[in-house]
Write a protein that binds this ligand. Structure first.
Ligand SMILES: NC(=O)c1ccc[n+]([C@@H]2O[C@H](COP(=O)([O-])OP(=O)(O)OC[C@H]3O[C@@H](n4cnc5c(N)ncnc54)[C@H](O)[C@@H]3O)[C@@H](O)[C@H]2O)c1
Ligand SMILES: O=P(O)(O)OC[C@@H](O)CO
Ligand SMILES: [Zn+2]
Length: 355
């Protein structure tokens, strides 16, 4: 039989099996793991703060359900720390990992479990990033941020009580990470048109719609309100699913993420990932000729930073990051093209009131 073009098509999409969101659901961690037929030894990957916020509770829940539990404290998603987690998991014969914390704990657990070929459960303690369900891990390699393919968590347990009690700055940062989908999709469309890059209509629509719903809900996102944690968590899950459908971070990461990654490399004290991406979105939307004021107003309404001073980053680093952003993942084509001139970088930052 003659092969048709369609018979060559092959796509592998990974999505989580259980997504459990709600007040107090952290107490169901053991039950969720049993439901997934996980057993044996568990390794919790968490940070110092998030151990107190949720890691200890996860430990107790798992032990109550008969699991042997070990915990490792991590700081940054570097190759060294990922190796430490893998060695510890091998030493304790862990049969699954749990990432409990912000984006860094989750990315480390995600990538280490992928390398070990064991399942991983994602337990976010803050709605600060959209890596909660994605099949990507953003890690540091030679002081550069790289995006690696990783497995999707087998389950997500998002306790809105814990997330709402976390510092509000984290929730506002998560909104910045979602709003950045607007420019990420515009960049992707551009790369599709100019470079014939593969493009997923479904992933792009989910990604844009998620940002749109969040912008429309901006006025209702407030500190200490659990409903706000729900709204942002739903958006982060949807954005992660868009990345899993695309099989890349393209629907959620474009020129604004390059700007944020450049700040991570250049600024002495970078701000939160989502905060930097939000500010980057204002400027990249200006470059795209879109409604950058809408982005700025939404971030302002939410209480997320919109300028260098609010990020706590000196203006010179904003310009440096704009000048170097295109060098980050050069294979990912965006509106930054081959780079901005200093004059253009200063102009975009001034017009959009970032500096
Ligand atoms: N894999 C992906 O698809 C993806 C998507 C978006 C972001 N990321 C990555 O995620 C990271 C950003 O995530 P992040 O902003 O959460 O960073 P993070 O993990 O460093 O967390 C930020 C801070 O919040 C604190 N924190 C978290 N929960 C808390 C709580 N309940 N109470 C008090 N403090 C709490 C942490 O201790 C930390 O100091 C970056 O490395 C970024 O590249 C990955
Ligand atoms: O691939 P990167 O640029 O790390 O992006 C992943 C994530 O930050 C998207 O919100
Ligand atoms: Zn991001």
């Amino acid at each position: 039989m003659k092969d048709s073009i369609d018979s060559h098509k092959n796509k592998w999409m990974q999505l989580p099996r259980n997504v459990v969101v709600g007040h107090g659901v952290i107490n169901d961690t053991g039950k969720v793991c049993k439901d997934l037929k996980l057993n044996g030894n568990a390794l919790i990957v968490t940070g110092e703060t998030t151990l107190k916020a949720a890691g200890k509770t996860v430990e107790v829940c798992l032990e109550d359900c008969g699991f042997n539990v070990d915990t490792i404290i991590i700081k940054n998603p570097t190759l060294d720390e990922i190796k430490e987690v893998k060695d510890r998991a091998a030493g304790t014969k862990a049969s699954f990992l749990l990432g409990v914390g912000g984006g860094k704990s989750i990315d480390i657990a995600k990538l280490a479990s992928t390398h070990l070929d064991i399942p991983f459960v994602s337990i976010p303690t803050a709605a600060s990033h959209d890596g909660i369900v994605s099949s990507r891990a953003s890690i540091r390699r030679d002081n550069k941020t790289v995006s690696e393919t990783a497995q999707t968590p087998i389950a997500v347990i998002a306790d809105t009580g814990i997330i709402a009690a976390a510092p509000y700055r984290l929730l506002a940062a998560g909104c910045g990470d979602i709003i950045s989908n607007y420019t990420a999709v515009r960049d992707w469309e551009l790369a599709h048109r100019l470079r014939d890059e593969p493009f997923s209509e479904y992933a792009s629509i989910i990604s844009k719609m998620t940002a749109k719903i969040l912008i429309e809900s901006a006025g209702a996102i407030k500190a200490g309100i659990e409903e706000s944690a729900w709204t942002v968590m739903k958006a982060l899950v949807a954005s992660g699913v868009a990345m899993s459908i695309a099989g890349s971070s393209r629907p959620a990461s474009g020129s604004e993420h390059k700007f944020s990654h450049a700040l991570d490399e250049l600024a002495p004290e970078p701000a939160l990932h989502g905060e930097q991406c939000g500010v980057g979105t204002i400027m990249m939307m200006y470059l795209h000729g879109g409604d950058w004021q809408e982005i700025r107003t939404a971030l302002e309404t939410i209480g997320a930073p919109t300028c260098a001073a609010e990020l706590g980053i000196k203006e010179e680093y904003i310009i440096k990051a704009l000048l170097h952003a295109h060098e980050i993942r050069p294979e990912r084509y965006t509106i930054l093209g081959a780079g901005l001139t200093r004059e253009a970088a200063e102009k975009v930052a001034r017009i959009t009131k970032v500096i």
